[in-house]
Design a protein around this ligand. Structure first.
Ligand code: PAF
Length: 281
């Protein structure tokens, strides 16, 4: 695997691949890779002849009181995993390479980025949309791969690519879970053993909602209340939000219609975890 720290160097590499007619798949990450990331790489490998990953802990998507400086990092292990996955190239820029000294242009997907996680993390999706636009411009991939666990992020990026006519296919890959159902996340390492033991309730409560829908429930308030009650049984779990929103526009309504996203965010101490399922009627 070739590692590039400079945008011009990786661009040269990509240009050579494209000149040979190869399709380029791109998996942007913030590192500390787990099986969820690797499944994005595997999907990219099936679709494309060249797979490029990036590791960049993007400061602009973290709020002032968030975990940017503590965000877990393990570059050596990440490289080993990427090599084993057959990734061809890694883009690993410094903050200076991405933002320089005088950065002043932002990409904001209004509406979609304001609710759910956007409400509790103001500016988060502006940071995500901006860095992903820059990464798309640097790498110029044919396809890019994102996890369903970050459902709102995936919707924001899809909309951004569509609105800005970015010539990239945005592919959403299913969430990878631990055996007990906890969605894989780099932040799971922050959990204490006690919090880790409780954390599967995020997914089990979503599954209960799915079951209620299968049994005929259509009232959004009832479904949300059931999940809130399930989570509230655990005093360690502080609910940030539990909401059902329409897909793909994330609008509120009273009753389920066709496809909806049921999403939640829960804090265990300082650690904020998210999860979601798609409800279909
Ligand atoms: O999902 C992530 O890891 C990040 O938000 C992303 C897409 C790499 C942008 O920094």
């Amino acid at each position: 695997m070739q590692i590039f720290k400079g945008k011009h160097e990786i661009r040269d590499f990509i240009s050579k691949c494209k000149a040979l007619g190869k399709r380029v798949g791109f998996v942007p990450t913030m590192g500390y890779l787990h099986q969820g990331h690797l499944s994005l790489m595997q999907t990219a490998t099936k679709d494309c002849e060249v797979v490029v990953a990036s590791i960049f802990v993007n400061p602009t998507q973290f709020g002032p009181k968030e975990d940017f400086s503590e965000y877990p990092r393990d570059f050596v292990k990440d490289c080993r995993l990427l090599e084993a996955q057959g990734v061809d190239a890694l883009f690993y820029p410094e903050v200076q390479e991405m933002y320089g000294d005088d950065f002043s242009t932002w990409v904001e997907v209004s509406g979609l980025g304001d609710s759910l996680c956007g409400k509790s993390r103001p500016g988060h999706f502006r940071g995500v949309a901006t860095v992903v636009t820059k990464l798309f411009n640097i790498i110029q991939p044919d396809s890019a791969y994102f996890g369903q666990k970050d459902a709102q992020q995936s919707l924001v990026i899809k909309r951004m690519a569509q609105d800005l006519d970015l010539p990239v296919k945005v592919v959403i890959v299913p969430t990878v879970r631990e055996k007990d159902g906890l969605a894989m996340s780099s932040r799971n390492v922050y959990l204490t053993p006690e919090q880790r033991a409780v954390a599967p309730v995020l997914y089990s409560s979503l599954q209960k909602a799915e079951q209620m829908v299968a049994e005929g429930e259509r009232e959004i308030k009832k479904l949300e209340s059931m999940v809130i009650d399930e989570l509230a049984k655990h005093k360690d779990a502080e609910i940030d939000y539990v909401e059902i929103r329409s897909l793909p526009n994330l609008e509120k309504s009273d009753r389920l219609e066709s496809f909806s996203l049921m999403a939640l965010a829960v804090r265990f101490g300082q650690t904020r975890l998210i999860d979601n399922i798609i409800l279909e009627v």
